[in-house]
Design a protein around this ligand. Structure first.
Ligand SMILES: [Zn+2]
Length: 295
C-alpha cells in the first residue's frame, strides 16, 4: 500500500521524508496513457510532488514543480498539497525513447537538459514564491537536490525511482528526500552520503520486498530515527464543472461567441485528471447571454 513517512534523525538535525507510491503512479499512468519512459518521468515527478507537498505547513498551501528541458516530454507539472495529495500532467505522455547507455529508461533524455526546474510555492500570500534553477541532469532527483542545495540552502539528497515492467505496468515506485537542517553537523552529512552510495538502488530494494520504512530504518538505524507522521499519498483533482465554466468565461465574450458560432458542442478536458466536460451549444449560448446581461 502507498505510504508517506515523515521522520527526523540525529535529534532533529536530519529531516527525512520517504514515500512508496506504486499505486498512485500506476493510476496516473493509466489515466494519462503514458509510454514506459513517460511513466518513469511522470512517476518521479508525482512522487516528488507528494514528498515536497507534505513539507508545507497549512492545509490550503500548495507547491507546484515544473520541469522542462526541451526534450520530447515537452514539460511536466505537478502540484502537491500538505496531506500528500498530488495532481499533475505531462504535456506529451506518449513520447518515448530507447533505453540509455546504462540500459535504463532515459528519463533525462525525455525531459531534456536545456531548461529549468521551477518551484512555485503558494502559501496564501499575495504573491506566490517562485524559484527556478537550470536543469542539471533532467533525471529529476538530482535536479531537485540541486534546487534545495542552491535555492533553499538546505543540503539535500533526493532519490526517486519508478520501476516499469516489460508490459509497461508499474512494478514499484517511491522516493525519499533527506535534508540537513541548518546548523547540523557536517560530519553526519558525510556519513549519510557514504551510506547512500553503498546501498542498492531504491527500486532494487523495493523490488526485494522491503517497505519504505524498512529502507529508512536501514539507512538511519543508529542515528536515532524518529517517525513523526504517516500519510497516504494519492492523486487528487479539484476540477469541477463550475471551475471549467469559469475558465471558459475568462476567455471573454468575443472568443466565446467564435466558439459558439460553429453550432457544435464544446468538449473540455482537464489536463490533470482527464475528466471531460461537455458544454452543449445551448449551454454556450446561455453563458454568453448571461455574460451580456451582466449576471
Ligand atoms: Zn481534473
Amino acid at each position: 500500500m502507498d505510504i508517506l513517512i515523515k521522520a527526523m534523525a540525529q535529534n532533529g538535525d536530519v529531516r527525512i521524508i520517504a514515500a512508496e507510491t506504486t499505486g498512485m503512479v500506476s493510476e496516473a499512468a493509466r489515466i494519462h496513457g503514458t509510454s514506459p519512459t513517460a511513466t518513469a518521468a511522470f512517476g518521479r515527478m508525482l512522487t516528488a510532488g507528494s514528498i515536497m507537498g507534505s513539507m508545507l505547513k497549512n492545509r490550503e498551501d500548495s507547491i507546484t514543480i515544473q520541469i522542462d528541458g526541451g526534450g520530447p516530454a515537452k514539460g511536466i507539472l505537478v502540484t502537491g498539497r500538505t496531506n500528500g495529495l498530488v495532481k499533475g500532467y505531462i504535456v506529451n505522455p506518449e513520447a518515448d525513447l530507447p533505453l540509455n547507455q546504462k540500459g535504463k529508461l532515459d528519463v533525462g533524455g525525455l525531459v531534456g537538459r536545456e531548461g529549468n526546474l521551477t518551484v512555485i510555492m503558494d502559501q496564501g500570500l499575495r504573491e506566490p514564491y517562485v524559484s527556478s534553477v537550470p536543469l542539471y541532469t533532467g533525471e529529476i532527483a538530482e535536479d531537485l537536490a540541486y534546487y534545495y542545495t542552491t535555492s533553499e540552502q538546505l543540503p539535500s539528497a533526493v532519490s526517486l525511482g519508478v520501476l516499469v515492467d516489460t508490459d509497461g505496468s508499474v512494478k514499484k515506485a517511491g522516493g525519499f528526500m533527506i535534508q540537513m537542517m541548518p546548523g547540523a553537523n557536517e560530519h553526519i552529512a558525510d556519513i549519510i552520503m557514504y551510506r547512500l552510495e553503498e546501498i542498492p538502488s531504491l527500486t532494487a530494494m523495493l523490488s526485494e520486498g522491503k517497505s519504505i520504512k524498512d529502507i529508512i530504518s536501514y539507512i538511519f538505524e543508529d542515528m536515532g530515527l524518529e517517525i513523526h507522521e504517516e500519510k497516504v499519498p494519492a492523486l487528487y483533482c479539484d476540477c469541477s464543472r463550475a471551475s471549467v465554466e469559469k475558465a471558459l468565461i475568462s476567455i471573454g465574450t468575443e472568443e466565446l461567441r467564435k466558439i459558439c458560432d460553429d453550432g457544435k458542442d464544446e468538449e473540455l478536458v482537464c489536463h490533470f485528471c482527464n475528466t471531460t466536460y461537455i458544454f452543449t451549444n445551448s449551454d454556450l449560448k446561455k453563458l454568453i447571454s448571461e455574460l451580456e446581461s451582466g449576471k
